[in-house]
Design a protein around this ligand. Structure first.
Ligand code: SAM
Ligand code: DTB
Ligand code: SF4
Length: 334
C-alpha cells in the first residue's frame, strides 16, 4: 500500500505530473482503489447565500464589485430560504451543502450570527454542512464549529508565485492562516484551486506541493477549471483541455490518497466520457445542482443518468474516519 506522505518534494511531484497520461491515470486509479471505494462519488450542492459586491479583486471572480458582470447582487438570504434550498438539495441526493458568501472575511456582526443559524439548521438535517465565507479568525472558526460546521472551503487558487497576478487585495499567507484557523477548530479542510488562469505547469505543481506538504492533507481538494466570465480580467482565457484537468486530478489523487478530490467548476463543458476519465483518475466528488455559485452546472437529471451509466453511487454523509474526528461536541448541539 502506498503510504500517506507529507514530505513530497517538488521534483517528485513534477515527475508524477509529467508521467505519460495513460500511465498516470493507471497509477492514480490504483492508488484510488487502495484507499477509497472507487464506485462512490460524493454529491455536494452549493448555494450562494450572499452574492456579488465583494471588495476583493480576484481576477477570475464574477462577484468582485469592481468588475462589470451580469451577476445579480443580493445581500444575505433569509435563513428560511437557505434551509429550504438545503432540504431540496438533500431530497435531490446531496449529502453535503455548501454555503458561499462574497465576503473578503467574516466580520463579527449580525450577518455572521445569521450564518451560524443557517449552519445549525442544515446540520440538524443530517447533512455535512460546509461554508466558504472568506478569511476567518480562530475564534470565528470555533463559533462555526460549535454551530455544527463540518467543513470549510478556502482555496489556495494557484501557486504562491502566480498569486499576485490574480489577487492583490490579500496575500497567500492570509490564505494559509485561515486554513490553519480552520484546522485548529477541528473543522474538515477543503482547499484546492483553479486551472486555466494563465499559470504555468510549474504553478500547478507548486500549488499541489503546498497542499500535499501541509501537516495534514486537506480532507477535500477541489480542482476547478476556470469559468471565464464576461467582465472579469480573465474573460478571454482559452479553455483548459480535459487532459489538463485529468493530469491535475490524477496527481492530486496520487500524492493525497485519502482526500476527496472534487471535479468542481468546468463540468458543464465536459461530456460524460470526459468526466468518466476524471473519475478514473481519482475524482470522487462533484457539485450537483443547476448552478455552482453564480454560473451554470450540469442538469441534475443528466448527472443521475451519468451515475447510472458509470455505475457510480452517491457517497453517504459522515462516512469514513474523518467523520469521527470532525464530529460535533455534543454540548454544541443546541
Ligand atoms: N469569498 C470567499 C473566498 O474567496 O474565499 C468564498 C467564495 S469564492 C467564490 C470560492 C472559490 O470559488 C474561489 O476561491 C475560487 O477558487 C472559486 N471560483 C470563483 N470564481 C470562479 C471561476 N470563475 N471559475 C472557477 N472557480 C471560481
Ligand atoms: C470551489 O472550489 N469551487 C466552488 C466552491 N469551491 C465554492 C465555486 C466555483 C465557483 C465557480 C464560479 C461561480 O459559479 O460563481
Ligand atoms: Fe470575493 Fe471570494 Fe470572489 Fe474573491 S473569490 S472576489 S473574495 S467572492
Amino acid at each position: 500500500m502506498s503510504e500517506i506522505r507529507n514530505d513530497w518534494t517538488r521534483e517528485e511531484i513534477t515527475e508524477i505530473f509529467n508521467t505519460p497520461i495513460l500511465d498516470l491515470v493507471y497509477r492514480a486509479a490504483t492508488v484510488h482503489r487502495e484507499y477509497n471505494d472507487a464506485s462512490e462519488v460524493q454529491v455536494c450542492t452549493l448555494l450562494s447565500v450572499k452574492t456579488g459586491g465583494c471588495p476583493e479583486d480576484c481576477a477570475y471572480c464574477p462577484q468582485a464589485a469592481r468588475y462589470h458582470t451580469d451577476v445579480k447582487v443580493h445581500k444575505l438570504l433569509p435563513t428560511e430560504e437557505v434551509l429550504e434550498n438545503a432540504r431540496a438539495a438533500k431530497e435531490a441526493g446531496s449529502t453535503r451543502f455548501c454555503m458561499g458568501a462574497a465576503w473578503r472575511e467574516v466580520r463579527d456582526n449580525r450577518d455572521f450570527d445569521r450564518v451560524l443559524d443557517m449552519v445549525k439548521g442544515v446540520n440538524a438535517m443530517d447533512m455535512e454542512v460546509c461554508c466558504t465565507l472568506g478569511m476567518l479568525t480562530e475564534e470565528q472558526a470555533l463559533k462555526l464549529k460549535e454551530a455544527g460546521l463540518y467543513a470549510y472551503n478556502h482555496n489556495l487558487d494557484t501557486s504562491e508565485e502566480h498569486y499576485d497576478d490574480i489577487i492583490s487585495t490579500r496575500t497567500y499567507d492570509d490564505r494559509l492562516d485561515t486554513i490553519d484557523n480552520v484546522r485548529k477548530a477541528n473543522i474538515s479542510v477543503c482547499s484546492g484551486g483553479i486551472i486555466g488562469m494563465g499559470e504555468k505547469e510549474d504553478d500547478r505543481i507548486d500549488m499541489l506541493h503546498t497542499l500535499s506538504t501541509m501537516e495534514e492533507h486537506p480532507e477535500s481538494v477541489p480542482v476547478n477549471a476556470l469559468v471565464p466570465v464576461e467582465g472579469t480580467p480573465l474573460a478571454e482565457q482559452p479553455r483548459v483541455s480535459v487532459w489538463e484537468m485529468i493530469r491535475m486530478i490524477a496527481t492530486a489523487r496520487i500524492i493525497m490518497p485519502k482526500a476527496m478530490v472534487r471535479l468542481s467548476a468546468g463540468r458543464v463543458r465536459m461530456n460524460m466520457e470526459e468526466q468518466a476519465l476524471c473519475f478514473m483518475a481519482g475524482a470522487n466528488s462533484i457539485f450537483a445542482g443547476d448552478k455552482l455559485l453564480t454560473t451554470p452546472n450540469p442538469d441534475v437529471v443528466e448527472d443521475k443518468e451519468m451515475f447510472q451509466t458509470l455505475n457510480l453511487k452517491p457517497r453517504k454523509a459522515f462516512k469514513g474516519e474523518a467523520s469521527v474526528k470532525f464530529q460535533q461536541i455534543p454540548s454544541a448541539q443546541a
